[in-house]
Design a protein around this ligand. Structure first.
Ligand code: AKG
Ligand code: FE2
Length: 241
């Protein structure tokens, strides 16, 4: 079963058009990866939520003013599917991240493999895993935020919708805002179905202007769930302090 899910995932990962992803990110700050996971993989991941032994911590969003609903950070070792997604998505995203660094005139580059990037995080005391499962019920939402957990930040992250809109829940749209210098903010909604992923900028991204590149600040969140239950898998590449 797991072997079958892994080979489906490998096939899907090999189909990713990284140039198209870079172009989507440059155009709007988010890129869709349709059908990254199958329905079985989605329900399997969502069903881990109550299993406390798989996680290192639980966050009740209302207690921190983050919104309403809750999430749990996975413990190491990550479930195989989550670990595989994180390590296999990283290299392509690192190429995009390095092109962004060049565009912004920043010398530092991200290493080619997740292991090498995590070694940097770990050497700086960012040791705790950040992939997470989120759970929302009726009335829950996730305020606009950025997932920053220390000095080392990988500039792109991925969220996979594990529930099916219209069947499992209504409302609960994934939203992104883009704050542009001296301009009003722009908003984008990612039209996710079950198993679809969205790739987006964690913090800032470059935009090509008439006189060189400038940075815009991105935030993401989830609008209010109206009915049902919505689960998401979040893949953040930097570890946390
Ligand atoms: O539930 C969502 O779609 C948002 C998840 C999120 O904030 C994240 O993955 O960082
Ligand atoms: Fe987030």
């Amino acid at each position: 079963m797991l072997a079958e899910k892994m080979s489906l995932l490998e096939t899907r990962l090999r189909q990713i058009d990284w140039d198209d992803m870079a172009a989507q990110l440059a155009a709007g700050g988010a890129a869709m990866l349709p059908a990254l996971l199958g329905a079985d993989a989605c329900s399997g991941l969502a069903s881990l939520y109550p299993r406390d032994e798989a996680f290192r911590s639980r966050v009740v969003m209302a207690r921190h003013g983050f919104g309403s609903g809750e999430y749990k950070y996975f413990a190491y070792p990550l479930p195989e599917l989550v670990g595989r997604l994180r390590s296999r998505l990283y290299p392509g995203l690192a190429s995009i991240a390095n092109a962004w660094q060049a565009q912004l005139g920043i010398d530092a580059r991200f290493p080619a493999t997740l292991d090498d990037f995590l070694a940097r995080c770990h050497a700086a005391g960012q040791l705790r895993p950040t992939p997470l499962l989120l759970r929302y019920g009726p009335g829950d939402y996730n305020c606009l935020h950025q997932d920053l957990y220390g000095e080392h930040v990988f500039p792109l992250q991925v969220a996979v919708l594990l529930s099916e809109p219209g069947r499992d829940f209504s409302g609960g749209e994934f939203v992104l805002t883009e704050q542009r210098p001296r301009m009003q903010s722009r908003v984008e909604v990612a039209p996710l179905r079950q198993g679809d992923a969205v790739v987006f900028a964690v913090n800032q991204r470059p935009v090509q202007g008439a006189r060189g590149s400038y940075r815009v600040t991105m935030r993401h969140g989830v609008s209010r769930v109206r009915e049902g239950q919505r689960h998401t898998l979040g893949i953040i590449f930097h570890d946390a302090q």
